[in-house]
Ligand binder design. Structure first.
Ligand SMILES: [Ca+2]
Length: 100
């Protein structure tokens, strides 16, 4: 994966972090600026990497709008992290519901 900055014994959290970063760059490099996600790159990422089933175009528009804080029509890494934190919250909600 991403170079070899980690030691041989990466923890699960370190692996997860590497995956989060790697996933951003896997899609951000496809068109335009290599370090930002365009709307179509965001759509690809969400459709392929998040098991939400079919994602409607309107939902992507809404997601794009809510994530694109500086309104430059692309998602930079910082904006991507708010998406991840929202996803984390959702997973935590599921986890807590399951635990009941
Ligand atoms: Ca932006």
């Amino acid at each position: 994966m991403m170079g070899s900055c980690g030691t041989a014994m990466e923890t699960p959290l370190e692996k997860a972090l590497a995956t989060l970063v790697y996933t951003f760059h896997k899609y951000s490099g496809r068109e335009g600026d290599r370090f930002t996600l365009s709307k179509s790159e965001l759509k690809e990422l969400v459709t392929t990497e998040v098991a939400l089933g079919e994602v409607k175009a309107a939902a992507i528009d809404k997601l794009m709008e809510s994530l694109d804080k500086n309104k430059d029509e692309v998602i930079d890494f910082k904006e991507y992290t708010s998406f991840l934190s929202a996803l984390c919250m959702t997973y935590n909600d599921f986890f807590q519901q399951d635990a009941k």
